[in-house]
Design a protein around this ligand. Structure first.
Ligand SMILES: [Zn+2]
Length: 273
């Protein structure tokens, strides 16, 4: 299993997990290169809610989804409010949030579907993208794991929602944890660390580390371990192990870029036959 940045065309790059079978689904994680947005959103900003020119965002979305062989007009994207609400979407939701943020799926932080060819798109800058494929029931999902979503176990709950909706067995699930702020750079306060100690009593040593007098949080492991806790196999969880703050020349980082910046997107869709 591995994560690579693959060049598609015209300085447009795609983060790709080797573990997701390309005959079943198409997926990609954007970087910040190859788009049309101006500073401070330069250049492949995928989010409408950060103050960028909406026409530029649409061009970026169109470019990336088109390069993946998907219809940008059909993409479905949620509002993302750092909650734990998960929505199953289908053909009726195609295009929700594609061109207008107001039209996105409200108060939602994870999407699941079994509709072929429907691109699920979520936006990130330091928060953890978690992608899912159930190769047995042919269903996919994406969750937004910022610290709030991660401590609420949205990744785990997304798999449980797939179980309820599609009959997904956690032991069949392929999961992937995308680029996000790493334990190297993610300093948190006592209040946040305390919430993680409470939510992950068996994994504190893997998630929280002391660096000098600072406390650092490992969102990658907190998402991985919560999936293993419900039966997702360790060997089925691919990890990008890529810190967006360390590598912010390649990725947007809310912390490293100092607040106003663009967002990457994570995209997944079942192949249309
Ligand atoms: Zn780092």
């Amino acid at each position: 299993m591995s994560f690579v940045l693959e060049h598609m065309r015209n300085n447009l790059w795609r983060g790709k997990f080797s573990s997701f079978p390309e005959d079943l689904c198409v997926h990609g994680l954007t970087g910040r290169l190859g788009g049309v947005s101006q500073k401070p959103y330069d250049s492949l900003n995928m989010a409408l809610h950060v103050g960028d020119n909406p026409a530029d965002v649409w061009e970026n979305r169109r470019r990336f989804l088109h390069a993946l062989g998907l219809k940008a007009e059909d993409m479905v994207t949620p509002e993302q409010v750092h909650g734990q609400h998960i929505v199953r979407v289908g053909r009726a939701e195609a295009g929700r949030g594609a061109k207008e943020y107001e039209d996105s799926i409200p108060e939602t932080d994870a999407l699941i579907t079994d509709e072929l060819g429907l691109p699920l798109v979520l936006c990130f800058a330091d928060c953890t993208p978690v992608l899912f494929l159930d190769p047995e029931h042919l269903a996919v999902g994406i969750a937004h794991g910022g610290w709030k979503g991660t401590v609420k176990k949205i990744a785990q709950k997304t798999v449980m929602a797939m179980t309820k909706e599609f009959g997904t067995k956690p032991s069949d699930v392929l999961a992937a944890i995308g680029p996000a702020i790493g334990p190297c750079c993610y300093e948190v306060g006592d209040e946040v660390a305390g919430q993680f100690r409470e939510a992950f009593p068996y994994h504190v040593e893997d998630i929280i580390s002391q660096m000098g007098d600072k406390v650092h949080l490992n969102l990658w492991q907190a998402n991985r371990l919560q999936l293993m806790d419900i039966g997702v196999k360790s060997e089925n969880i691919d990890m990008a192990d890529t810190c967006t703050a360390c590598k912010h020349q390649w990725f947007y980082s809310y912390r490293a870029d100092g607040g106003t910046t663009g967002r990457m997107a994570a995209v997944i869709a079942l192949n249309k036959y």
